[in-house]
Write a protein that binds this ligand. Structure first.
Ligand SMILES: Cc1cc2nc3c(=O)[nH]c(=O)nc-3n(C[C@H](O)[C@H](O)[C@H](O)COP(=O)(O)OP(=O)(O)OC[C@H]3O[C@@H](n4cnc5c(N)ncnc54)[C@H](O)[C@@H]3O)c2cc1C
Length: 410
């Protein structure tokens, strides 16, 4: 039997972030990953300013900036008429060192964090190590690995994603809903910004059949839209179908190199803690990706947990209960609220109601005070101010030649 201070289940981006933060603060951690290597998922692609504050604390922000694309502008557009409103994050440059979104593939973030974890003597990543059982005791937790080995840890952090086995073994319910509509995710290597010249790197699209997104990430463009209920997955993935939807949404039909269908969940764990078991990331909450908040909020869970566990609080039990409560409220009151609103508003089926919503957003974008409030919310800065995660304020980023303007894309 092996004994460690903290066992983290799942080497996804949130588990890795937790491991790096704890190891940098001298805590011995073992990260258990069921797969043979890190995942290469086409999922998160947007990092908001508070997550870059966390990355700065963890010593990885320069690598992220090097690998990603700086997106200071984003837009909301109508599927028929084009741009409705554009927001410039420079309007909040007095509030953050990073007045932009960083567009970076999730798997590249994971690789950057994993490389940093591997330099730490306090941390070990074990691949092909699936957690299959768990017993929670008052002063430790026993994990069963691959159905045979036992590992004992003072604390277990569940970063094993939305189907979390640790959450299930801890008897914690995952409450909420799965939206009936599915989304189609298309990857496009062609220069979409040359075909549709008024695109920004991040674009949200109003459409009567459901919200759409057009996002630039370093390697390619990604277009996501809602699949109506009468269309099955195979039809949705056919060139004929997605070609006509691309024409409708953007007026062009670029070549698509891969397709993926996914469901949207708005769920939250009944509690983020049971004794010595702590849930982070998608194991604790799942949400619509419109607005790019899922992974970001997982990174915030992780950082808040790192600072809480290492705070030397006289009453750690109480501090962890407060952490669990704070992060659950952030998931429901901030991430669920904003991502649901984004998804519903962009997908408003009624033309008149959709037009009214667009008028409201136009008015917000034209009023500097309201635009700033909108940006504080969509950048998640307001969220971490209402539910502080313990990250220090980072001085404006002035080193290096990078200017805060949209990168030239292919
Ligand atoms: C299309 C799409 C776009 C998105 N875009 C964004 C975005 O722009 N911004 C954003 O913030 N979020 C976005 N998200 C959400 C984001 O991808 C997730 O929030 C993120 O992956 C959660 O990371 P995680 O580490 O908690 O879980 P996961 O990434 O699911 O990782 C869980 C890990 O645990 C491992 N594991 C599972 N079970 C076990 C076990 N029994 N034992 C050991 N290991 C185990 C898995 O193999 C995996 O490596 C998007 C999601 C989708 C689907």
């Amino acid at each position: 039997m092996t004994t460690v201070e903290v066992a983290i289940v799942g080497a996804g981006p949130v588990g890795l972030t937790t491991a790096l933060g704890l190891a940098r603060r001298g805590v011995s951690v073992v990260l258990l990953e069921k797969d043979e290597q890190l995942g290469r998922f086409w999922r998160a692609s947007t990092f908001h300013p508070p997550s870059l504050d966390v990355a700065a604390d963890l010593g990885i922000v320069d690598d992220m900036l090097e690998a990603g694309l700086v997106a200071p502008m984003y837009q909301l557009r109508d599927f028929r008429t084009g741009i409705v409103a554009r927001f410039d994050l420079n309007a909040i440059s007095d509030e953050t060192a990073w007045p932009f979104r960083l567009q970076l593939e999730q798997y590249k973030y994971s690789n950057i964090v994993a490389a940093a974890v591997q330099t730490r003597p306090e941390a070990q990543i074990r691949f092909s190590s699936a957690v299959t059982g768990m017993r929670i005791h008052d002063d430790h937790v026993e994990l069963e690995i691959n159905g045979s080995e036992t590992l004992t840890a003072s604390w277990v952090v569940a970063g094993d994603g939305s189907s979390s086995i640790v959450r299930e073994l801890a008897g914690i319910a995952f409450e909420g809903e799965t939206y009936p509509s599915r989304r189609l995710l298309l990857s496009i290597e062609e220069s979409l910004n040359e075909l549709v010249p008024d695109l920004d790197l991040v674009n949200y699209v109003y459409a009567p059949v459901g919200a759409g997104m057009v996002l630039r990430i370093p390697d390619l463009w990604r277009v996501m839209f809602t699949i109506p209920s009468g269309i099955d997955d195979a039809t949705a993935r056919s060139v004929e179908y997605y070609g006509s939807r691309l024409s409708e949404l953007l007026g062009v039909q670029p070549e698509v190199v891969s397709t993926q269908v996914y469901y949207i969940h708005q769920k939250v764990a009944a509690s983020m803690r049971r004794g010595r078991v702590l849930l982070v990331g998608d194991a604790a909450h799942a949400n619509s990706p419109t607005g790019g908040m899922g992974l970001n909020s997982g990174i915030h869970d992780a950082f808040d947990l790192i600072t809480t566990l290492t705070s030397e609080s006289a009453d750690l039990d109480r501090a962890l209960d407060a952490w669990a409560d704070r992060r659950r409220r952030a998931a429901v009151e901030e991430v669920h609220r904003v991502s649901r609103r984004n998804t519903v508003d962009l997908g408003e089926p009624d033309d008149v109601a959709r037009g009214r919503k667009q008028d409201d957003v136009r008015a917000i974008a034209q009023d500097s005070q309201q635009a700033k409030e909108w940006l504080m919310e969509s950048s998640m800065i307001a969220s971490v101010r209402r539910h502080p995660i313990g990250v220090g304020r980072v001085a404006p980023y002035t080193t290096g030649p990078r200017s805060f303007v949209a990168e030239v894309v292919r």
